[in-house]
Design a protein around this ligand. Structure first.
Ligand code: ZN
Length: 280
């Protein structure tokens, strides 16, 4: 038995508490997993009924027996967050010249990534210290707002099939089969040499030079966004590119390219520096 908790068990424990720490007045989405009935030192197990998802602060308190087993079991059945509530969190990543890799396309210094006519869906803003911050609205097929992020602060319905926001604050992912949605947002840092090594097979050398020259210092911070959206039509984003399927609407991609009445469009590995500068 290893301490690594199987994914299925982690998913079950997060969903059980509606994706927020179940302790009264907490609700933090940055969850870890606590073995309590019996505790790990008495018996090595990954039985969901004897485990609970808690934020790091309350996990530490649980390790020191702040909560009785009876209280922990009651947190599992009546968690602080209900299925009608929203879960909120934030990315504390604040960097100038953030390199965004969104559906295989790279953006530096861009503001508008996706627009539905004039409605912003995915865009970047700068704070007073010129740090790049993320803004993202995700709607269902019926135009209902189901995920919202403003300047790195995010909000999501706890009724999703799965939400994972790891305590390191590097990653947020969520998915829902009925809503046909899936999103993964991951921040990372690289030295310039490691960045080039990681991406040199995907993008031309001269792009690597452009990217590296835009970043002062030796550290490159990346924000990778991939997933599947259904509003205003089907958008599939992965490391190799972005596919758009749908018709009858209009979307502006990469800040500058406006598509009208397009049934299928695939954007592969573009580089966008600022708004409206698209290198293919
Ligand atoms: Zn907590």
């Amino acid at each position: 038995m290893t301490r690594n908790i199987p994914k299925k068990v982690r998913d079950t424990l997060r969903k059980e508490v509606n994706f927020g720490c179940p302790v009264d007045a907490c609700g933090s989405p940055y969850l870890s997993y606590h073995h309590f009935d019996p505790p790990w030192h008495e018996k090595e197990h990954h039985e969901p009924k004897g485990m609970i998802a808690l934020c790091l602060e309350h996990h530490k308190q649980a390790d020191y027996n702040v909560f009785t087993n009876e209280q922990l079991h009651s947190f599992k059945t009546t968690p602080f967050i209900s299925i009608e509530d929203k879960v909120d969190g934030k990315f504390n990543w604040k960097r100038g010249n953030l390199v965004c890799l969104i559906g295989g396309n790279i953006f530096i210094g861009s503001q508008n990534i996706y627009l539905n006519k004039s409605e912003k869906l995915l865009w970047l803003t700068l704070d007073e210290k010129s740090n790049t911050l993320l803004n993202f609205d995700i709607k269902s097929k019926d135009d209902e707002l189901i995920f919202s992020m403003r300047e790195n602060d995010w909000l999501i319905f706890s009724s999703f099939d799965n939400i994972e926001s790891i305590p390191s604050g590097k990653r947020l992912s969520f998915e829902d089969k009925v809503k046909d949605l899936k999103i993964d947002i991951t921040f990372n840092t690289f030295s310039k040499a490691d960045f080039i090594n990681k991406y040199k097979d995907n993008y031309p050398d001269d792009w690597m030079n452009i990217i590296v020259s835009k970043i002062s210092g030796d550290v490159i911070t990346t924000c990778v966004i991939n997933g599947h959206l259904t509003f205003p039509f089907e958008i599939t984003m992965d490391d190799t590119g972005t596919s758009i399927n749908g018709e009858g609407s209009e979307i502006t991609v990469m800040g500058s390219l406006t598509l009208k009445n397009v049934k299928h469009y695939r954007m592969e590995r573009g580089l966008c520096v600022g708004d409206g500068v698209l290198i293919k």
